[in-house]
Design a protein around this ligand. Structure first.
Ligand SMILES: Nc1ncnc2c1ncn2[C@@H]1O[C@H](COP(=O)(O)OP(=O)(O)OP(=O)(O)O)[C@@H](O)[C@H]1O
Ligand SMILES: [Mg+2]
Length: 487
């Protein structure tokens, strides 16, 4: 019998991952394409069909009204919902994040034979309390229950690097560069746990930015030189597909350059004269020249974070690398440089693309599974509601039998209760398994309200049998005690 949560999830703006705690460590669970990471993207090609991951990410440019990404950072912020034109539906950021979580849960279920009941979820360092609440609601929508612990991503990263405050004292700086941004964070011991002490971020300093620079500064001018298309710019609707292909090839070549000094790239472009195969040799030197300003800006942000926290480089235990873009040798060389770098020992002993999910799983291995309380409460709510409806129909039956002989205040009281029960019933039906009644505070409210309704109906029933039966027993005092509709 499993006693701890064990499942750790990194819910990222561009990509997400899931890992399992086992044997004192953590193992990444691959998705059905045998990949460690699942793009946080959702595509709805027609009503009733939802695709998550790579298939969705690949449609972002070609079907911008049917596929969306970037919704994780919009969790808990005001903003228009996402309209899926072909499917004819709209979805909130929470619903889309829930689709990503569901997809990761399916991967976990495939591995373990059962869907996870809960998960520790690593969320971006920049998340506000509202965004944490929204992420929790997304977890509930995904069937993960309402007790999923959330961890700031840098804390999860630090855990995976073994920063547990015992062997090493910290603080640690997490240098996180993914697809769509850069974040530097300080993590350290506080109040008996590992906490996020501070962070700074820049949304434009990610791997995607470097890919765009490769296209705009090197590839697009070479296409113009080789084939002469007019107005060959990123903003031109006409060349949208070509630019998407170039960007994909730029990313692949960039990744190849972390192991080679040259990468050949071939792209089939659709130009005025028909199909043309564009070829280009990207060198490590050219890539480093393009990327260096971004790296230097990231290092400057790290220095600012140190200064804001009154720390010197020697106060920091290690620089922990996270995010795929930190695999670039050019960046690692810069970080190791005594003058251009930070002067903090860089630790890259972990796979930076999965380190956050594995850290979340390590933590999940220590958190007890939430008790079955929510399910019990749901059952209790359903049972109480049934009882309440029955009691109400008994009261209504008595009123009908009694005809006009019943005091008006009793009729009014029953009518009010009927309205309240109807409203509650509607809310519960609309909410379904993931509705408002499953959020802890609302669940408590629903239980309290239903218990009061039940007592009140029992009182009324007593009063009605007293009156309708023509016995001398006085009706229970209805003006006292809390009325329906409360609290
Ligand atoms: N070997 C490599 N060398 C350089 N860059 C790489 C390498 N492998 C992956 N990347 C880049 O890392 C980025 C993806 O990193 P990661 O998967 O950590 O990002 P993400 O979590 O999806 O994005 P974000 O954190 O911005 O939401 C991409 O820009 C990718 O091109
Ligand atoms: Mg990331």
């Amino acid at each position: 019998m499993r006693e701890t949560i064990d499942i750790g999830i990194e819910l990222g703006n561009t990509g997400s991952a899931v890992a399992l705690a086992e044997d004192g460590g953590a193992r990444v669970l691959r998705n059905n394409e045998y990949r460690d990471r699942t793009p946080s993207a959702v595509f709805m090609p027609r009503p009733g069909t939802t695709l998550v991951g790579r298939a969705a990410r690949e449609r972002l440019k070609a079907a911008p009204k049917d596929a969306y990404a970037g919704f994780v950072l919009r969790l808990g912020t005001a903003g228009e919902p996402y309209r899926f034109h072909r499917a004819g539906v709209t979805r909130t950021a929470e619903q889309l994040a829930a689709e990503v979580l569901k997809s990761l849960c399916r991967d976990a279920a495939h591995e373990r034979g059962e869907p996870p009941a809960a998960a520790v979820i690593a969320v971006p360092a920049s998340f506000t309390p509202e965004q944490h609440d929204a992420a929790r609601r997304a977890a509930v929508l995904a069937g993960l229950g309402e007790d999923c612990p959330l961890l700031p991503e840098p804390v999860a990263v630090a855990l995976a690097y073994g920063a547990d405050g015992t062997a090493r004292r910290g603080p640690w700086m997490v240098f996180s560069m993914g697809s769509s941004g850069f974040t530097a964070s300080l993590v350290g011991e506080r109040d008996g746990g590992l906490r996020l002490l501070g962070h700074v971020g820049a949304p434009h300093l990610g791997g995607g930015h470097i890919d765009r620079a490769i296209v705009d500064d090197l590839l697009a001018p070479a296409v113009v030189r080789d084939f002469g298309p007019r107005d060959f710019t990123r903003g031109s609707e006409r060349w949208r597909t070509n630019f998407a292909k170039l960007q994909g090839a730029a990313e692949a070549a960039k990744i190849e350059l972390s192991r080679a000094t040259e990468a050949e790239l071939y792209v089939d472009l659709t130009l005025d004269g028909g199909e043309e195969t564009f070829s280009y040799t990207l060198t490590r030197g050219a890539l480093d020249d393009l990327a260096r300003p971004s790296y230097a800006e990231a290092v400057a942000l790290c220095r600012r974070l140190l200064a804001e926290n009154s720390l010197l480089p020697e106060d920091v235990d290690a620089l922990l690398l996270a995010g795929g873009a930190t695999l670039a040798p050019g960046l690692r060389e810069l970080l190791a440089d005594p003058r251009a770098g930070l002067g903090i020992r860089a630790d890259h002993s972990q796979d930076p693309t999965t380190v956050a999910a594995r850290g979340a799983a390590l933590h999940a291995g220590t958190v007890p599974l939430p008790a079955a309380a929510p399910a019990l409460a749901r059952d209790e709510i359903a049972g109480l509601l049934r009882e309440t409806r029955d009691a109400l129909s008994r009261c209504t039956g008595l009123l009908d039998q009694a005809g006009t002989g019943v005091p008006g205040r009793l009729r009014a009281a029953v009518a009010l209760l009927r309205e309240t029960v109807g409203r509650l019933d509607d809310d519960l039906r609309r909410g379904g398994a993931a509705g408002w009644h499953t959020a802890a505070p609302s669940r408590t409210r629903a239980l309290v309200l239903l218990r009061r309704l039940r007592d009140r109906l029992a009182e009324l029933h007593g009063a009605l049998t007293g009156d309708a039966g023509g016995e001398s027993r006085r009706p229970a005092p209805l003006g006292t005690g809390p009325g329906p509709g409360l609290p």
